[in-house]
Design a protein around this ligand. Structure first.
Ligand SMILES: [Zn+2]
Length: 104
């Protein structure tokens, strides 16, 4: 199983049909995130940490038809997912300060 396969880029659970995917702001199924993590173009839990995401993944994966080693592999991969990997590089990549600071 390739870690970069179709998994939620927040919690690492495998993304199947569009029913398990989150939705973008335009209502289309998200290519990157699951329903539990992402809805209407925003993270359902913006304060979630990668550690919590791992716990969430483990909980969700237990209900799926996966072996223990598969679950462990998916859970271990969580910190490397896009949502968390880029956080270490820069703090808030979505928000670029385009307005100059107010020098009063
Ligand atoms: Zn997810």
């Amino acid at each position: 199983m390739r870690p970069e396969a179709d998994v939620c880029q927040s919690c690492g659970i495998p993304l199947g049909d569009s029913a398990s995917r989150g939705t973008d702001a335009n209502g289309k199924p998200s290519a990157d995130y699951c329903r539990a993590c992402y809805r209407d173009g925003a993270f359902t839990d913006p304060t979630l940490t990668s550690r919590e995401a791992m716990q969430r993944a483990k909980r969700q994966l237990t209900h799926q038809n996966l072996s223990v080693s598969q679950i462990e592999q998916l859970v271990r991969n969580v910190p490397r997912l896009r949502r968390w990997a880029r956080r270490s590089a820069f703090l808030s990549p979505e928000r670029r300060d385009t307005t100059p600071p107010d020098n009063v």
